[in-house]
Structure formats: structure tokens, C-alpha cells
Design a protein around this ligand. Structure first.
Ligand SMILES: Cc1cc2nc3c(=O)[nH]c(=O)nc-3n(C[C@H](O)[C@H](O)[C@H](O)COP(=O)(O)OP(=O)(O)OC[C@H]3O[C@@H](n4cnc5c(N)ncnc54)[C@H](O)[C@@H]3O)c2cc1C
Length: 374
């Protein structure tokens, strides 16, 4: 039986970033149920980096992640991880309260209001009779999710980490300060575990004897459709997101990606898209634009996982010794992953929050599972 310092359960973006951050100082085992890491939510995102999105703590952690994406360590990737996109928050008449809320909640230097003419020139398919007001974040970027995830896994392996796929964790025992992990790929021992099991986080927590954090996987649908516009022109358009997030669309490799921004509670599973969600999205996009959704090339769904306050759960369990959470990243798990990996590594090492992240105003208590049991 092989012994490790840390076993991380789940090799999506969250588990992989924790493994990457810990591997230089710890013997790390990364366990994954599937044959390929990234099969679940990580492989199904819209790939947007947006500092003006999500609750305050998410925005702070996203801002703390930007330097890594802009200048990853040598050898992490051969491709840029970010590419300019811009995000336009679009509002029909009668949505003034939502526009004002968007402006009030934005961190300084992110979102500004722009006039309708400028919004229409940035995103030509918008219907001028639909659009009333628009906010713009020029700093929103496309992410290369594959390169990010691959970079974490490559760096983790180069530092001596062990990835075990087809290795669903089935049973946990702890004695004399060591966990024994029984998996489909064999039995391992580790001093500490990190629960990065995505939609399955509460099930893995239960194996360790932890109280549930109340994770709710919520299905989100996406699809790509053809648009009769030259690829070079299309590539310059921003993401357009309805101000109350009832739909969004963005260019994606010569096609247009759209989502109804659905949040349908689901059991942990291999999520699949529903026709009704796609039809509703098509209707909303067509009502706000001159686009016609006739040829859908690909459709999918993934589970965005939340707890009650929609903030992530990062850090030691408040009752079970040697168990850490890296769960509930919501719809922000890729863009926050560099800082999330460092935060979790700080807790595992016992050094606490990295200074730059604490300086942004993030507090351990607002990440801790204990807040959910108060
Ligand atoms: C349509 C859509 C659009 C999105 N858009 C964005 C976006 O623009 N920007 C952004 O940052 N985020 C976005 N997200 C959210 C982002 O994809 C997620 O936050 C992120 O992928 C979560 O990563 P994860 O590692 O927690 O989960 P996952 O990728 O689901 O990984 C968890 C892994 O744990 C494994 N596992 C579970 N149980 C066990 C076990 N017992 N043993 C071993 N392994 C186990 C699973 O097999 C799985 O691979 C989007 C999501 C969707 C669905």
C-alpha cells in the first residue's frame, strides 16, 4: 500500500488546481472516478473569465486569479490562457433596477455603463428596439479551459504527483492520524484528504463522517449554433449577457454559444441537456437580437454546484480531523481555480490564507464549512 501526505478526491479544475499547488511540498495522490479527468463540469463550461460576476468573495478570488492566468509559470502552457472577449450586460426597457444593482455591486474598475449606440456597435446583432441600457466590462476574457486544466495536471505530475483514474473513492477509515482510502483502483493511505468531488462532494464528505454542507448541483445547459457571419467578424463580438442572467451568448470558434442560464436542481449525475431549455433560450436570444437559431451543432449540460450562500466551501472540516473541503465553486470554478488551489494548499499546510488573497478582503470564516452549520 502506498502512503501519501494528501489524497485529493476529484480531478476537475478544482481538484487539479489544489494538486498543482500542493505537489511541490507534499506527496499528493489525485483520485478520479472517470477514465479522463475533466469529464464532468470542468469540460462543460462557457470558458469566461469575468471579475464582475458572482458574490463579492467570488469576485475577490477571481481578481486574485488573474495574475496567474496572465503570466503562468514557465512550462505551464504553450498557449495564452486568456484572450480578449469583453462582457456586455444587456437590459431591455423596465430593467433599470437591475442595471443600477449591477453598477453598485461591481468592484472598482470593472463594469461601466455605455450608451446604446456603443453597445450596438460592439454587438451588432442586438435588436435596437429591444436594447434599453447596457453595462460593459472590457476586461472580461475567454479562457482556454483545456490548457488550464492540462497545465495543472502536467505541473502536478512533474512535481512527483500521482493521478489515479478509474479510481472512485468508495470507503474511508481514519486511525492513528492516517486515512485509508479504498477505491476502485486499489487501497491507498494519506495523512489528509481534500474533497474536490464536485456534485458528489457531500457523498464524499459522508464517507469521512462529515456533516453535509448542503451542496445542490444545478444543471446548466449550453449549445452552439451557426451564424451567417465571417469568423473574423464574429470573433470580435463580446459575450452578451441579459442583465438578470436569463440568457447569454458569446462567439465560440466561428460559432455562437448560447445558454438559458438555467439552474435546475439535480442529483449528481452525467448531466444531459433538455430540449425545453434549449427552445426557451433560442426564443429569448431571437427576441433580443436579429439572430436566427436554425442549425444547432452541439448541445450539452453540466452541474454548477452551490451551497446556500452561493460562496465556495474551502478549508478544514470543523469536526473531522484531516479532511478539507474544496467544494461548491458554483459557476466560477475555472476562473477562480488558481487562487482556490493556493487557498486550499494554505489550509492543508497550516499556513492559512495567502497574504495577497487576505489583502483583498477574503476571510477564512466566509469560506469555512462551519458557516453553513451556524
Ligand atoms: C454551462 C456551464 C457554463 C459554465 N461557465 C463557466 C465560466 O464561464 N467560467 C467559470 O469559471 N466556470 C464556469 N462554469 C462552472 C465550472 O465549470 C465549474 O465551477 C467547475 O468546472 C467545477 O469544477 P470541479 O472540479 O469542482 O467539478 P468537476 O469538474 O465536476 O470535477 C469533480 C470530479 O470529482 C470526481 N469525483 C466525484 N466523486 C468521486 C469519488 N468518489 N472518487 C473519485 N472522484 C470523484 C468526478 O468524477 C469529477 O470529475 C460553467 C459550468 C457550466 C455547466
Amino acid at each position: 500500500m502506498t502512503d501519501f501526505d494528501v489524497a485529493i478526491v476529484g480531478a476537475g479544475a478544482v481538484g487539479a488546481s489544489c494538486a498543482y499547488a500542493l505537489a511541490p511540498t507534499h506527496r499528493v495522490l489525485l483520485l478520479e472516478t472517470e477514465t479522463q479527468p475533466g469529464y464532468h463540469t470542468t469540460g462543460r463550461s462557457a470558458a469566461l473569465f469575468e471579475e464582475a460576476y458572482g458574490p463579492r468573495v467570488i469576485r475577490q478570488i477571481t481578481c486574485a486569479s488573474r495574475p496567474f492566468f496572465e503570466a503562468p509559470p514557465p512550462g505551464f502552457t504553450e498557449h495564452p490562457l486568456l484572450a480578449p472577449r469583453g462582457a456586455l450586460f444587456i437590459a431591455a426597457a423596465g430593467k433599470d433596477a437591475s442595471v443600477e444593482k449591477g453598477l453598485a455591486e461591481a468592484l472598482p474598475g470593472t463594469v461601466v455603463e455605455i450608451d446604446r449606440r456603443e453597445a450596438l456597435s460592439l454587438c451588432p446583432p442586438l435588436d435596437p428596439t429591444w436594447l434599453a441600457r447596457a453595462l460593459y466590462d472590457a476586461a472580461a476574457m475567454d479562457m482556454d479551459v483545456h490548457a488550464i486544466h492540462r497545465g495543472y495536471l502536467k505541473g502536478f505530475k512533474a512535481a512527483g504527483g500521482t493521478l489515479a483514474c478509474d479510481a472512485e473513492l468508495e470507503h474511508l477509515d481514519r486511525s492513528a492520524g492516517m486515512w485509508t482510502l479504498r477505491t476502485k483502483a486499489g487501497t491507498f493511505r494519506a495523512k489528509q484528504i481534500v474533497n474536490a468531488a464536485g456534485a458528489w462532494a457531500d457523498r464524499v464528505g459522508a464517507l469521512a463522517g462529515a456533516r453535509p454542507i448542503g451542496i445542490v448541483p444545478k444543471r446548466r445547459t449550453a449549445f452552439v449554433f451557426e451564424v451567417p457571419v465571417a469568423m473574423a467578424t464574429l470573433a470580435g463580438w463580446p459575450m452578451a449577457c441579459e442583465i438578470d442572467e436569463t440568457f447569454y451568448f458569446k462567439p465560440e470558434a466561428g460559432l455562437m454559444l448560447a445558454s438559458p442560464a438555467d439552474e435546475t436542481p439535480s442529483e449528481p449525475c452525467d448531466a444531459q441537456p433538455e430540449e425545453i431549455d434549449i427552445a426557451e433560450c433560442a426564443e429569448r436570444v431571437e427576441a433580443a437580437t436579429t439572430l436566427k437559431i436554425e442549425r444547432i451543432r452541439r448541445k450539452w449540460a453540466g452541474l454548477r454546484c452551490f451551497v446556500a450562500d452561493k460562496c465556495p466551501v474551502l478549508g478544514p472540516d470543523d469536526r473531522v480531523e484531516g479532511m478539507h473541503w474544496a467544494a461548491a465553486p458554483g459557476g466560477y470554478g475555472i476562473m477562480t481555480s488558481p487562487a482556490v488551489g493556493r487557498i486550499v494548499a494554505g489550509f492543508v499546510r497550516g499556513t492559512g490564507l495567502p497574504e495577497d488573497i487576505a489583502a483583498m478582503g477574503v476571510r477564512p470564516a466566509e469560506l469555512s464549512p462551519a458557516r453553513l452549520h451556524a
